[in-house]
Design a protein around this ligand. Structure first.
Ligand code: AMP
Length: 281
């Protein structure tokens, strides 16, 4: 049985008498196969699984899709029930931010992590993520937390958070789950038409192409990036925001002749729906 809990005091009360290890899966809801794979990992590994559903206003820019972000608690609860989640923690905004959101104390990860990739076009986003995840970690006091590699920069921010504040929680990174055509599952795919989903699958194709080109041995990183950008430029509906190679160690830039130990990461808009993806090389 999955129990829906809306208040901090109640989730703290039930978890204080729950069996450990406690696994925690933070989400913004509109659950899809990507979320389900995180839930399954937690249910496999832990005695108690908690999924949080909270669309965090702090991580959305003023020109972003906070208001129209897909919300469907009823169907999310059903997904959680089917997948044997013990508790769904779905606080409302006042529960998480009793003060005005703007007045809330913010956790600021280092610039090296927040000023690159998605951080460039989404100022304040990773500060919002770090702040809410820190609050949720403190409330849930879980043993393991599950995050998707799809949101790779977020994963590095969470690892920084855990290290910085010596949080006693293990972060588990889970592989990216994809649609049949390769497009990474995302709540924002709900904004796309069937045709746009087909077009969006070229984002992953461009990542695979870059990896293949590196593997061939004939391409430097900059040449591989250029080839992939040329590939993407044939689709008028796709506006690439960035396509970069970043070190596996800390997401810093890598030398042009490196052949492994890094990721290609991209962000692009398909008819104004912003999507991200990455591939390990
Ligand atoms: P969100 O609800 O978008 O904030 O995502 C909640 C968690 O699910 C994050 O850790 C994401 O990285 C993870 N996630 C989202 N999409 C996928 C995916 N396609 N595969 C694996 N994990 C995912």
């Amino acid at each position: 049985m999955t129990e829906l809990i809306k208040t901090t005091s109640e989730i703290e009360r039930v978890l204080s008498r729950s069996d450990r290890p406690i696994g925690f899966v933070p989400t913004m809801g509109a659950l899809h196969d990507g979320h389900i794979s995180l839930i399954k990992s937690s249910v496999n590994e832990c005695k108690t699984t908690v999924v949080s559903i909270f669309v965090n206003p702090l991580q959305f820019g003023s020109n972003e899709d906070f208001e129209k972000y897909p919300r469907d608690l009823k169907s999310d609860l059903e997904v959680c029930r089917v997948n044997k989640v013990d508790y769904v923690f779905a606080p409302d905004r006042e529960e998480m931010y009793p003060k005005k959101v703007e007045e809330h104390e913010i956790i600021a990860p280092p610039k090296e992590l927040t000023s690159i990739l998605c951080g460039k076009s989404r100022p304040g986003h990773f500060e919002g993520v770090a702040t809410v995840v820190n609050k949720l970690f403190n409330i849930i006091q879980g043993d393991y937390a599950y995050f998707g590699e799809k949101d790779l920069q977020q994963l590095y921010v969470i690892r920084w958070l855990v290290k910085k504040f010596n949080l006693s929680i293990f972060v588990r990174a889970c592989t990216t789950i994809r649609e049949g055509n390769g497009l990474a599952c995302s709540s924002r795919n709900k904004y796309l038409s069937k045709e746009e989903i087909g077009i969006a699958s070229n984002l992953y194709k461009s990542l695979k192409l870059a990896k293949q080109n590196i593997r061939s041995g004939f391409f430097s990183i900059s040449k591989a990036v250029l080839e992939s950008l040329i590939f993407l430029s044939q689709f008028n509906e796709i506006k690439t925001e960035y396509f970069e190679a970043r070190s596996k160690d800390d997401l810093s830039l890598v030398e042009d002749n490196v052949k492994s130990g890094f990721y290609f990461l991209l962000a692009g808009k398909v008819n104004n729906v912003r999507l991200i993806d990455n591939i390990e090389v």
